[in-house]
Design a protein. Structure first.
Length: 96
């Protein structure tokens, strides 16, 4: 077993960061078994459940107090699949 001599702790830290970032890159580049739509639906559903609006905004929009529960997963999935379908158009519209 070879022993590597490290000049100082900074070298050790930089080597760890490099290994960590290399591992992260590898994980990001691995193919995902899930469809893009399924991942997006799950993320959006989680974001909506964590969303909090001030009471005066909820009243102005005409929403009920438990408006998050009223959104069905099927409806949310339908909206997100439509958004994915027209992704390029939505990206172009976001520029204006």
């Amino acid at each position: 077993m070879k022993k590597y001599k490290i000049a100082n702790k900074k070298d050790l830290v930089s080597k760890r960061k490099f290994c960590y970032s290399k591992r992260k890159l590898k994980q990001r580049n691995e193919p995902n078994n899930r469809k893009e739509g399924d991942v997006v639906v799950a993320e959006i559903t989680q974001k909506i459940q964590n969303l909090t609006l001030p009471p005066h905004i909820v009243r102005e929009l005409g929403l009920s107090k438990d408006w998050k529960k009223d959104i069905s997963p099927e409806f949310l999935e339908k909206i997100i699949k439509t958004a994915i379908k027209y992704k390029n158009v939505l990206k172009e519209l976001s520029k204006y």
